[in-house]
Design a protein around this ligand. Structure first.
Ligand code: NAD
Ligand code: ZN
Length: 362
């Protein structure tokens, strides 16, 4: 069976594109009752990047400042947002949900859109195609680039028992607005870690067994853009951010018809057991993967050096054997990633002990 994938329906791209959001939303506002929910990263509440004053909200709208600084999005957080919207508006649904932020806030916006139309807790819907009804119209506005969450069919949430996405066609944004100016104030380390997610998506997509002409077309170009962003001299920050935004988008599309690989498998273990954010967890894992990704790991280390990023080291010293084995459990269960990275016979080639040894080098 070939994947029959759905894409984001509409997209505006360019410096200043955020200014067009008001006009885009005006098409959703057909009666005086229609309202829009804006879910905005709390980091902008105090005026950073001038985003707060430019959110095109009207009197009837709801603006929610989502805190994603201490933790990645949770099912509880999404349930609370949904309940508070419906309580404020006496169960009248919004005409749209707009998420303005990084992968975390975009995932909250996607999940909120779905949960406004599906009963019970969002934990019930963590998995593939478990959502029963389409959500309300939703729009993503990234303020940090790399995850590809703006084009993906999943909204990753941490629930009481698992970290897993609400994954279905209805999760995909109806509209995205890619404005590189919004990335201006991301701290360097975070800009690097999230951007490396895109670089690693490309490397993993291109080097695995499922790669094909479609995934290569997007992955090869996105990889070049990442290399320019992190290695080329003489670019302005805005030029870098514009390239990275497109790399994030295209890297995400490359994965649509391919898969991530060993780095993401290890990274999920790190995030689950120690709560590392996706971008930094990927970087910690990629740094020990010369055997799988060869010269790409050398290039990654050169990028780290060039941008003076300090990657946490010697982490394994404080890890117990039980914690390492738990990470191996999570990593090895991601069979589709191993299958893509190593091939169908990966179980004959990769052992638990080899995976544990990789964790011990972190
Ligand atoms: P993020 O959204 O978690 O944000 C990281 C930090 O940067 C936060 O503290 C945030 O407040 C801050 N920030 C965001 N934009 C900023 C700006 N313009 N200026 C200053 N600070 C800013 O970061 P991310 O790496 O984009 O997203 C990671 C999340 O995305 C994880 O929760 C991960 O699970 C999820 N993810 C989702 C997908 C998907 O396909 N849905 C793919 C990969 C990762
Ligand atoms: Zn990723």
């Amino acid at each position: 069976m070939f994947k029959n994938f759905k894409s984001v329906e509409r997209c505006v791209i360019g410096k200043g594109a955020f200014g067009q959001l008001d006009e885009i939303l005006s098409k959703r506002r057909n009666t005086s009752e229609d309202y829009i929910v804006f879910i905005v990263d709390k980091v902008f509440e105090n005026g950073l990047t001038n985003i707060k004053s430019r959110v095109p909200s009207k009197n009837n709208d709801i603006v929610i400042w989502a805190d994603v600084n201490d933790h990645e999005p949770t099912t509880e957080q999404v349930d609370e947002i949904r309940d508070s919207i419906l309580a404020q508006k006496k169960n009248q649904l919004p005409a749209g949900v707009v998420g303005i932020g990084g992968g975390s806030v975009m995932d909250i916006a996607k999940a909120t859109s779905l949960m406004l139309c599906n009963e019970g807790s969002s934990q019930l819907y963590q998995g593939l195609n478990l959502v029963k009804k389409p959500g309300v119209w939703h729009c993503g506005v990234p303020t940090i680039a790399g995850t590809g969450a703006e084009v993906s069919m999943t909204a990753v949430l941490t629930g009481p028992t698992k970290k897993l996405g609400l994954k279905c066609d209805w999760t995909i944004f109806d509209q995205i607005v890619l404005d590189p100016e919004l990335v201006a104030d991301v701290p360097t380390d975070q800009w690097f870690y999230t951007g490396m997610d895109s670089y690693i998506h490309c490397v993993e997509s291109l080097t695995g067994t499922l790669n094909n002409e479609f995934s290569r077309a997007f992955g090869e170009k996105a990889l070049i853009l990442c290399q320019e962003v992190y290695m080329k001299d003489g670019l302005t920050q805005l030029e870098r951010d514009e390239k990275l935004m497109i790399a994030s988008y295209m890297g995400g599309l490359s994965l649509t018809y391919s898969e991530v690989g060993v780095c993401h498998a290890l990274s999920y273990g790190l995030s689950y057991v120690f709560g590392y954010r996706h971008g930094i967890a990927n970087c910690i894992a990629f740094d020990v993967l010369e055997d799988y990704y060869g010269s790409y790991v050398d290039e990654f280390r050169a990028m780290i050096k060039k941008h003076n990023v300090t990657l946490p080291k010697n982490l394994a010293k404080t890890w117990t054997e039980a914690e390492i084995q738990k990470m191996v459990d999570i990593t090895i269960a991601l069979e589709h990633m191993w299958n893509h990275a190593v091939g169908k016979d990966w179980k004959q080639k990769v052992t638990r002990e080899q995976i544990a040894a990789l964790f011990r080098r972190m």
